[in-house]
Design a protein around this ligand. Structure first.
Ligand code: ATP
Length: 308
């Protein structure tokens, strides 16, 4: 199946000479949920803006369902829904009219029943006759989502959807994304919030300094780069790892009170029992054991750190 979004060697140099994207390539299949993680200024919003036809690329190409986002802008824009970081609509208009108008802008016939269903789903139905300026920040964010969904897009971009929102809205968002996925909508979200990527994405892309460092299935990424560690807290500090424990490649903490065994790196998975007996045999007494598995956040921080 051809991808719903195909990004080929995408480059963007702003007027001041700043290179925000340095040749990004990425294919996204229909129905997929992908999270683009990256620190501030990585180029995430630039990438989304080009895909949505808000900014022009300096090089490369973006195809949406096989159509070029520059030369076939109206066609591609009608397939895309965008939830931007901020609301730029007329604040005096009502919630219902704002969302309904957005549907019309993308060439869809009015469908009050559909607009009602999304307003209900986003807990905005009671506010349908309120002007946007009368809404709280979180409610305005819900309106942005409703607007993006008004024309029933096949591809939805969420730019930092839950930055600064409360727990309820965050949970509602996550539920909404999974319902959209069931309906076959493809979702691309950017986030700083790693737990969000861990929770809802099928694939993770990590972007930094305008380059895509990796794109990987979430579970594969966790398996490949995640580490499992066993920490052994000692009753008394030691100066060095006893030589006959060398096979386990232990790390000794500064101060000599903790031994760390990185057991994913080892081929011998039955090593833990053997290790504990060998430690006792070496006359080293331990007080406590704890295990730790690295999170997506650890993986992200170490990848970004390597590139800094
Ligand atoms: N119009 C512009 N002119 C010059 N530089 C720009 C312009 N817009 C963005 N940039 C720069 O391009 C880089 C990428 O910005 P972008 O907004 O795409 O990052 P981001 O990954 O979305 O960051 P954030 O998470 O902070 O939104 C930043 O260094 C930014 O300062």
């Amino acid at each position: 199946m051809s991808p719903i979004l195909s990004i080929r060697d995408l480059k963007k140099t702003y007027a001041n000479g700043f290179e925000a994207l340095k040749g990004v390539s990425l294919d996204i299949s229909e129905g997929e949920i992908i999270a683009l993680l990256g620190p501030n200024g990585a180029g995430k919003t630039t990438l989304i803006s080009i895909a949505c036809g808000i900014a022009n690329p300096s090089g490369g190409q973006v195809l949406v369902a096989g159509h070029d986002v520059v030369s076939e802008f109206r066609k591609t824009r009608s397939i895309i829904g965008l939830v931007p970081q901020e609301l730029t609509t007329d604040l005096f208009e009502t919630v219902f009219n704002t969302v309904s108008f957005s549907r019309g802008l993308h060439g869809r016939k009015p469908d009050p029943a559909y607009i009602e269903s999304i307003l209900r789903e986003l807990s905005l139905w009671d506010k349908r006759d309120n002007a946007l300026r009368e809404l709280s920040g979180g409610m305005k964010r819900r309106v942005l989502i409703a607007k993006a969904l008004a024309h029933q897009p096949r591809l939805l971009f969420l730019d930092e959807p839950t930055a600064g929102v409360d727990v309820n809205l965050r949970k509602d968002m996550w539920q909404l994304v999974s319902r959209l996925r069931e309906g076959g909508v493809t979702v691309i979200l950017t986030t700083h919030y790693i737990e969000e990527a861990e929770e809802i994405a099928d694939r993770i892309g990590i972007i930094n300094h305008g380059e895509l460092l990796l794109v990987e299935d979430k579970d594969t990424l966790m398996r490949k780069l995640g580490r499992k560690q066993l920490a052994i807290d000692l009753v008394e500090p030691i100066d060095a790892v006893p030589p006959h424990l060398a096979a386990w490649q232990l790390e000794l903490s500064p101060g000599g009170t903790r031994l760390i065994y990185d057991y994913d790196r080892q081929t011998n998975h039955g090593g833990i029992t053997g290790l504990l007996s060998a430690i006792e045999a070496a006359g080293v007494r331990f007080a406590d054991l704890s295990t730790r598995q690295s999170s997506l956040e650890d993986i992200f921080v170490s990848l970004i750190g390597e590139q800094a």
